[in-house]
Design a protein around this ligand. Structure first.
Ligand SMILES: Nc1nc2c(ncn2[C@@H]2O[C@H](COP(=O)(O)OP(=O)(O)OP(=O)(O)O)[C@@H](O)[C@H]2O)c(=O)[nH]1
Ligand SMILES: [Zn+2]
Length: 355
């Protein structure tokens, strides 16, 4: 059996990168802890990483994830992954517990569909968070508004989104009426890899099933009283669509949290205003000559959007820092710097002595 890896998203860039390495090219289609499923030119295989690889790679982000292009040794009884080719895009989430490193969700995605339903789930601020993450992954985001059939005020919702979507395509769809599905399918052409993110129950499985043409993924009716029942999809998957195109759908994809983000891209309006501020390190709070505050006064910028920007900025500053650095960052935020804090502490002590 010969598999045409082009259908699995192989591009000239990855082919080129592969020539510099030994072994066969393959794409990771699933991951179950340390065991990987890979698609090679001769079919699907199970694989593990080489001992050398595991020994040399310190960071979890160095290990393969679904969507990665890898170099494998297929001459041994069980296939061995020796190298991960440089990624064109990578989606990651915040580390669990006290691990500060990220957890990889998927690699080499072309388009990320940010799904949000037009009824209860609709939340412009949440779209902002997803957009920040999507831009940071290097994949192109597309906003998909689902369940249009349940929405009575579409023009208002679209208007409220306009300030946030900034150049991002917005597709409105409904599984009930079929509207918008062709538009979504247009992004998923042969060799293109896509992923769907968004809250539980917004209709991601419904969309994917529609693209596949069968009910490969079980859609779930949400029951508020049964939290466990909602996470029925367990295996990591990379699915080839019958009409061409690839969908990556992993459990991690479904519960994305903000890990890193390209704030200036998501908030291009605020970034542009900030260049007009008098001080280059302006925090846009109380500084004189602040263009962001000025825009707030004129109504050009809403207080909600600025608050959302500042909240994300705080989260991003804390991300990637260890606990001591986080503490330092809090001190900086409260007192400006450690010296300033010492100054405050000295003053307080002096004041106590005077009493
Ligand atoms: N009215 C309406 N219902 C929809 C639409 N799309 C999906 N649903 C329903 O919404 C429910 C949840 O859909 P799913 O596709 O399972 O949602 P999901 O985003 O995959 O959920 P998770 O797997 O938990 O992440 C199901 O009962 C679907 O039938 C739509 O366009 N209109
Ligand atoms: Zn400012």
């Amino acid at each position: 059996m010969t598999i045409n890896l082009d259908n699995y998203g192989l591009t000239p860039n990855f082919k080129q990168a592969a020539t510099a390495n030994q072994g066969q090219l393959a794409r990771v289609t699933a991951q179950h802890r340390n065991l990987y499923q890979i698609m090679t030119e001769t079919g699907e295989r199970s694989a593990t990483v080489s001992g050398k690889f595991a020994y040399e790679k310190a960071d979890v982000t160095d290990f393969p994830t679904v969507g990665d292009w890898v170099m494998v040794d297929l001459t041994t009884t069980s296939a061995v992954i020796q190298q991960v080719l440089p990624r064109q895009s990578i989606l990651a989430r915040e580390g669990v517990g006290n691990r500060s490193d990220g957890q990889l969700i998927a690699a080499n995605i072309d388009t990320i569909f940010i799904c949000m339903s037009l009824n209860a789930d609709f939340n412009v601020r949440r779209i902002e968070r997803y957009l920040t993450m999507a831009w940071d992954s290097q994949a192109t985001p597309v906003i998909v508004l689902t369940k249009a059939d349940l929405c009575a005020d579409l023009p208002e919702k679209l208007a409220s989104l306009a300030d946030v979507s900034l150049g991002v395509d917005v597709v409105t769809c409904s599984a009930k009426t079929g509207v918008g599905y062709d538009e979504i399918a247009d992004y998923v052409t042969t060799g293109k890899t896509v992923a769907f993110i968004g809250s539980s129950g917004v209709g991601k499985s419904t969309l994917i099933n529609c693209l596949i043409g069968t009910d490969v993924l079980a859609t779930k009716t949400i029951r508020a009283d049964d939290d466990k029942g909602r996470h029925a999809t367990t295996a990591r998957q990379l699915l080839l669509l019958p009409q061409g195109g690839i969908v990556i759908d992993t459990p991690g994809m479904r519960e994305l949290q903000l890990y890193t983000g390209d704030l200036d891209r998501t908030f291009a309006d605020i970034a542009a205003l900030a260049t007009e501020c008098k001080f280059r390190n302006c925090t846009h709070t109380t500084e004189p000559g602040c263009a962001v505050q000025a825009a707030l006064q004129t109504g050009q910028l809403t207080a909600d959007r600025l608050a959302s920007y500042q909240k994300l900025q705080r989260e991003l500053t804390y991300d990637g820092l260890n606990s001591r650095e986080r503490e330092q960052e809090k001190v900086n935020r409260l007192f400006g710097s450690k010296n300033a804090m010492k100054h405050v502490v000295r003053q307080a002590k002096a004041k106590n002595r005077r009493r």
